[in-house]
Design a protein around this ligand. Structure first.
Ligand SMILES: Cc1ncc(COP(=O)(O)O)c(C=O)c1O
Length: 361
């Protein structure tokens, strides 16, 4: 973003998001719990950052030349980010997306005029998985370039170069805990690498949705899914990818969707903050970490930072839809913040230390 706040292209206003301390949860936990407002990005998500950095790096290395078409497989948000970046910088775009993601994301990609190719959701081992389909399409034509957000480490670079430094500067270097979920691992990879370089004592936590394999992988080296199947989107994975490999993770935690519903509704009512589903997972883990590690860190007020990854509007049909939640046997009125807090206070072994050396796999 230019210094006087006047941009000439939409892609120029990606990044430099505000850090917001959530008053209600901070008061309850007696420390600062803050979110990076990634919904302020023009595409409404943290993935705008990865999209921009991947495209800029490919342009710089000569892999992406004027007139070419970008191809990417995505749960949706990277597709929206790429749509903005592609149009701002003069490229075509084809987005391959699994069916079953919220309709809002499909509609946004269509509104941006990108070509949307929907495939059935299936395991990664199936050649028709959105990832393999995108690669196949890109291989078909020398004027297509595959962004490959999972293995292309320009994704994590976006967070090493920008998100991490922004967090450090916005907390005056006093961030004491950083927690986030991972999809490609770009965010956790880049941010934790930067923060650990600045201060190795910053406690880093990866939260994993139920049904994903990161939680078990970080403890044993094997991707076995935890029980349940979370409705969060864009987070959780069953394989080690380059962007995640860059991460420095001290602890891991998995939390059920019922807990994130309680937190999402509490901050919606108290703070006017409408979180998306992965953001609600992040904030719930940040709240747990605040309770577990206490109000002070090294004699100073504990400052837990996480990300509000996208616009809450994109989660209206799931996270804030009573009928949908009841179909998943989640009853909004069952849990109050008081009950959740009591459970989190009593149960201090939900969070596990990462002892496994995953970096050299
Ligand atoms: C809504 C949302 N939250 C979080 C993430 C995870 O970010 P990362 O891919 O950097 O791990 C994604 C990734 O697609 C996402 O779409």
């Amino acid at each position: 973003m230019p210094l006087n706040g006047h941009a000439n292209k939409l892609s120029e206003i990606i990044g430099n998001t505000d850090l917001l301390t959530i008053p209600s949860l901070s008061r309850l936990a007696q420390c600062d719990i803050s979110v990076k407002c990634e919904f302020q990005n023009p595409g409404g998500t943290v993935k705008d950052r990865a999209a921009l950095q991947m495209v800029l790096s490919a342009m710089e290395s000569g892999l992406l030349k004027p007139g070419m078409t970008i191809v990417e497989g995505t749960a949706g948000n990277t597709g929206i980010g790429l749509a903005i970046v592609a149009k701002s910088l003069g490229f075509g775009l084809k987005v391959v997306m699994p069916r079953g993601q919220t309709k809002e994301k499909e509609q946004m990609i269509a509104l941006h005029g990108a070509e949307l190719i929907l495939v059935d959701a299936c395991p990664f081992s199936n050649p028709n998985h959105f990832y393999h389909t995108a690669k196949r399409i890109a291989d078909e034509n020398p004027t297509f370039w595959w962004a490959n957000q999972f293995e292309n480490t320009a994704n994590a670079d976006a967070h090493y170069l920008h998100t991490g430094p922004e967090i450090f500067q916005q907390t005056n270097g006093e961030v004491s805990i950083f927690v986030t979920a991972a999809g490609t691992g770009g965010t956790i990879g880049g941010v934790t690498k930067y923060l650990k370089e600045k201060n190795a004592d910053i406690n880093t936590i990866c939260v994993d949705p139920n049904g994903s394999g990161i939680y078990n992988f970080l403890q044993s080296g094997t991707y076995t899914a935890t029980s349940g199947g979370s409705f969060t989107e864009g987070v959780g994975i069953m394989r080690l990818v380059n962007n995640f490999r860059a991460a420095f993770v001290d602890h891991t935690i998995t939390l059920p969707d019922s807990d994130i519903v309680t937190i999402a509704n509490y901050v919606r009512e108290q703070d006017a903050l409408i979180l998306g589903s992965s953001s609600a997972l992040n904030v719930t883990a940040a709240f747990y970490a605040a309770i577990k590690f206490g109000p002070l860190s090294g004699g100073k007020k504990q400052h837990v930072v996480t990300l509000a990854c996208d616009l809450g509007e994109r989660s209206v049909s799931k996270l804030y839809n009573k009928a949908f939640l009841e179909s998943k046997e989640i009853f909004v009125e069952n849990d109050t913040i008081e009950k959740l807090m009591a459970r989190f206070t009593q149960n201090d072994d939900i969070l596990k230390s990462v002892t496994f050396d995953y970096k050299n796999l």
